[in-house]
Design a protein around this ligand. Structure first.
Ligand code: HEM
Length: 507
C-alpha cells in the first residue's frame, strides 16, 4: 500500500519541487514588493555606480538628472539619489500635482521636507513656519496696496544710498548692492521705516541666510550616516550658532520695546502683525519672535535678490530689451500720476513677462513641491508611496519642456505677455509671474505655495523699474551673453561675484 504511494510521489517529485520553487519565489517576490512598493519604479543615474558616487554627481549639479528622468519617464514617476537623508526620493510628474495637493499635511508634509533639506537638526531652522505664512496671507498681502508707495520710496532711496553716481560707465558688483536694497525694502514692510536701514538689522537679515546656506551645504557634503558625529562640530554650524545668538541679542530688545508700546502706537508692519497673531495663541516670547524675524528674512531676502539679479544679468546680456521695458514703465507711470502704485505695477505686463521668463530659464531649484511622506498613500495610477519617502516634482524639466515652451533654451522676454494678449481674461491671469500652476513652479504649488510671492513680485518690479529709469546696464567689456549660474546640487544661482556696467540715463 505504502510502496505505490511512494512510487507515485517519486514520479511526481520534479513537478512538486518545481511548483514549490515557483511558490517560494512568488511569496518572496511578494514579500519584497510589500516591503518596498517602490521597487517597480525606474531610477535615474544607476549607470553612475554606487549610491556614494551618485550622490557626488548629484551634488555637482543635479538639473540634468531631473531632465533625463522626465524625458525618459515622462508623465511617470522615477527614483533618484540625492543628498537627502531619506533613502528614497521619488520624482513625480507634475500631472499628478492636482491630486497630490489635496493630501493633508499629516500625509504629505512640507515642514518634514524642509527639516531634511535644511538639516534643521543642525542648522536649528524652525520648521513651524505656519504663523509666518498665515500672517503673510492674512495681513501682509492685503496691506500691499497701502504700502506700495512707501515701498517704492524706500527702493528709490536705497538706490541713491547704495549705488555710485555712474556719470560714466561704472563697474558695479550688483548682487551685493541688490541684497542691501532688497533687505531695506523688505525691512520697510517687516520692521518699519526706522529699523529697515539700521546696519544691525541689515547685517542680521542678510547674513543669517548666508550662514544658514553655508551650514546646510557643509552638512550636505557629509554622508548621512556620518552627520550625527561630525555635523554639530563643523565650523559652518558653529558660525551659524554664533550668528543666531548675535541676531537674537540685537533683535530681542527691539521686540521687547514693541511689547511695551501702547495699543494706539502699534506700527503697521510684519513684526506688529506677527506679534498680534502670536499673542492670540498665547505666545509673547520675545526670543521666539526675534527668531521668526530672522526666518522671514531667510524666506524673503535672498530669494528676491537672486530673482532680481537673474533679471539684471539677462538685461545686461542683451541691452536691446531695455528701451522696450523703459517705454512700458514710462507710459504706465504717466497713466498713474507718476507713482508706482499696486495697479501701476499690475499694468507693467512686459516687465512681468520678462521676470517670469528670466526665472523660467534660470530656475533657482531644479525641483519643486518637496514633501515628506508621513503616511503611506496610493496615487490614482495605483502606485503606492510609502512613509519616509520624499516626493518632489522636476521643475527644471518642466521649464525646459518644448511642448510647453517652444524653443525652451532661448530667452524670449515677451513669451508670457504675448500669451496673455492672446488668451481670454481668465487664462491671461494664469500667465502672470505670481500665478502658480503645474507649468510654473517657481513659487511651488498647493497650500504651501509661497505666500510672499506678491510682495516679492512687487519688489522685483519696483527695483527693475527704478534701475531701468535711472541707468543703462550692460555687461563689462569682453563678456558675451549671460553670466553662467553657480550650480550646487539642485540649486542654481546667479554668480554673485560678477560685475555689470552702469551709466546714468540722461533725461
Ligand atoms: C522671488 C522670490 C521668492 C521665491 C522664488 C520664493 C519661493 C518659494 C518656494 C518655492 C516655496 C515653497 C513652496 C512649495 O513647496 O510649495 C516658498 C515658501 C515660502 N515662502 Fe517664498 N519665495 C520668494 C519670496 C518670498 C518672500 C518675499 C517671502 C516673505 C514675505 C516668502 C515667504 C515664504 C514662506 C513663509 C514660505 C513657506 C510657506 C508655508 O509654510 O506654507 N517668500 N517660497
Amino acid at each position: 500500500m505504502v510502496q505505490p504511494v511512494l512510487q507515485a510521489l517519486g514520479d511526481k517529485l520534479p513537478l512538486i519541487l518545481s511548483t514549490l520553487g515557483v511558490l517560494v519565489a512568488v511569496i518572496l517576490f511578494q514579500t519584497v514588493l510589500a516591503r518596498d512598493p517602490l521597487s517597480n519604479l525606474p531610477e535615474v543615474g544607476q549607470e553612475l555606480g554606487s549610491v556614494g558616487k551618485r550622490r557626488k554627481v548629484y551634488l555637482a549639479g543635479a538639473g540634468h538628472l531631473y531632465v533625463e528622468g522626465y524625458q525618459k519617464f515622462k508623465d511617470g514617476i522615477f527614483r533618484i539619489v540625492t543628498s537627502r537623508n531619506a533613502q528614497k526620493v521619488v520624482v513625480i510628474s507634475p500631472k499628478y500635482l492636482p491630486e497630490l495637493k489635496k493630501l493633508p499635511d499629516n500625509v504629505l508634509s512640507f515642514d518634514g521636507a524642509i527639516a531634511e533639506s535644511m538639516h534643521t537638526k543642525y542648522t536649528k531652522l524652525s520648521t513651524d513656519a505656519t504663523s509666518i505664512a498665515t500672517t503673510i496671507k492674512s495681513s501682509l498681502t492685503p496691506a500691499l496696496p497701502r504700502l506700495s508707495l512707501p515701498l517704492a520710496n524706500e527702493v528709490e532711496e536705497s538706490f541713491r544710498a547704495e549705488l555710485p553716481p555712474c556719470d560714466d560707465w561704472t563697474r558695479v558688483k550688483l548682487n551685493q548692492k541688490l541684497l542691501r536694497i532688497v533687505a531695506m525694502a523688505s525691512g520697510r514692510v517687516f520692521v518699519g521705516p526706522e529699523l529697515c536701514r539700521d546696519e544691525g538689522y541689515l547685517e542680521a537679515a542678510i547674513n543669517y541666510t548666508v550662514d544658514l546656506s553655508n551650514g546646510r551645504r557643509a552638512v550636505d557634503a557629509i554622508p548621512p550616516w556620518k552627520r550625527p558625529f561630525v555635523a554639530p562640530w563643523l565650523p559652518e554650524i558653529k558660525k551659524l550658532d554664533r550668528r543666531i545668538k548675535q541676531a537674537d541679542e540685537f533683535l530681542r530688545p527691539l521686540v521687547e520695546e514693541r511689547v511695551r508700546l501702547g495699543k494706539d502706537e502699534k506700527p503697521d508692519d510684519m513684526l506688529a502683525w506677527l506679534m498680534a497673531s502670536e499673542a492670540k495663541h498665547g505666545v509673547t516670547d520675545s526670543k521666539k519672535l526675534a527668531k521668526l524675524q530672522l526666518e522671514i528674512s531667510f524666506a524673503a531676502i535672498h530669494t528676491t535678490s537672486i530673482a532680481t539679479t537673474n533679471c539684471l544679468y539677462q538685461l545686461a546680456a542683451d541691452p536691446s530689451f531695455a528701451p522696450i521695458l523703459r517705454d512700458e514703465i514710462r507710459s504706465v507711470l504717466a497713466e498713474h500720476n507718476g507713482q508706482m502704485t499696486a495697479p501701476a505695477l499690475q499694468a507693467m505686463k512686459k516687465l512681468d513677462s520678462f521676470i517670469k521668463e528670466a526665472m523660467r530659464l534660470n530656475p533657482t531649484s531644479a525641483t519643486s513641491f518637496q514633501r515628506k511622506v508621513i503616511r503611506r498613500f496610493t496615487m490614482s495610477n495605483g502606485q503606492v508611496i510609502p512613509a519616509g519617502v520624499v516626493v518632489e516634482v522636476p521643475a527644471i524639466a518642466v521649464a525646459f519642456d518644448p511642448e510647453l515652451f517652444p524653443n525652451p533654451t532661448s530667452f524670449q522676454p515677451w513669451r508670457f505677455s504675448e500669451m496673455r494678449e492672446k488668451a481670454g481674461a481668465e487664462a491671461a491671469a494664469k500667465e502672470q509671474f505670481v500665478s502658480v500652476s503645474t507649468n510654473h513652479l517657481t513659487f511651488g504649488y498647493g497650500r504651501h505655495a509661497c505666500p510672499g510671492r506678491f510682495l516679492a513680485a512687487n519688489e522685483i518690479k519696483m527695483i527693475l523699474a527704478t534701475a531701468l529709469l535711472m541707468y543703462d546696464i550692460r555687461n563689462v567689456d569682453g563678456v558675451e551673453g549671460r553670466y553662467p549660474n553657480l550650480v550646487f546640487g539642485s540649486s542654481s544661482v546667479p554668480d554673485p561675484s560678477r560685475e555689470l556696467l552702469l551709466k546714468r540715463v540722461l533725461v
